[in-house]
Design a protein around this ligand. Structure first.
Ligand code: DX5
Ligand code: ZN
Length: 215
């Protein structure tokens, strides 16, 4: 049974309070918050004040996905805003090892996100320092994109890397997740499923989350 982390990017921004109530009442395990800077990705979403607001609205872990350049500049700020898991992009982090340590020193779980073109093997020398790998199954920047089928292969490779390193790393899948690909992702080794559009564009998001939870 995977952990489910609905992405608030697909929620109605005029009703974030409703969205958090809904997630609190659902089987969602984490809140997935997508922070975009318009530089690392071609889109701007929301930042620290929104994370802070969700912190006041839930006791569930806040899974913050930073799609920003030089994410190390903001590690302390996101801790102060209430993040529990902080994920930086491999492609945005020149000194990834240092950033992971800095995240853990703040008492958060440290995540690394991989773009679809970034090979899993590049994580070999840090995998034991990583709590979560966020495997992008779309190009980051937007919700509602089509799932990239090659992801299954990468999940299997990542699972093998984690097993051979005897690491404790969770595999999270982010982008285009739905009830059709969820069971296949779990079979390939996924531990956490992020879902934005599939949850918030559905008729009954609580039921959709339950469906993913039971996938
Ligand atoms: C994309 C974000 C995702 C996005 C997923 O850059 O990282 O978390 O919200 O949305 P869906 O599930 O609609 O692909
Ligand atoms: Zn995300």
């Amino acid at each position: 049974m995977a952990l489910i982390a609905p992405s608030l990017l697909a929620s109605d921004f005029l009703n974030l309070g409703k969205a958090s109530t809904l997630l609190n009442e659902s089987q969602a395990d984490w809140f997935h918050l997508d922070v975009m800077d318009g530089v690392f990705v071609p889109n701007i979403s929301f930042g620290l004040p929104v994370v802070e607001a969700f912190r006041k609205a839930t006791d569930k872990p806040l899974d913050v996905h930073l799609m920003i350049t030089q994410p190390e500049r903001y590690i302390k700020d996101f801790k102060a805003a209430g993040a529990d898991i902080l994920t930086v992009h491999y492609e945005a982090s020149t000194h990834l090892h240092r950033s992971l340590q800095a995240i853990k020193d703040e008492g958060m779980q440290a995540g690394v996100a991989l773009n679809p073109h970034t090979p899993v093997s590049l994580l070999r020398d840090v995998i034991n320092d990583v709590d979560l790998v966020c495997m992008m199954s779309v190009n980051p920047g937007f919700g509602g994109q089509k799932f990239i089928e090659h992801t299954y292969q990468k999940v299997k490779e990542l699972k093998a890397l984690i097993t051979s390193a005897q690491a404790n790393t969770k595999i999270e899948i982010d982008g285009g997740v739905n009830a059709t690909n969820a069971p296949k992702l779990i079979a390939a080794g996924a531990d956490v499923l992020v879902a934005g559009s599939f949850v918030f564009r559905s008729k009954d998001p609580i039921e959709t989350i339950a469906q993913l939870k039971n996938a």
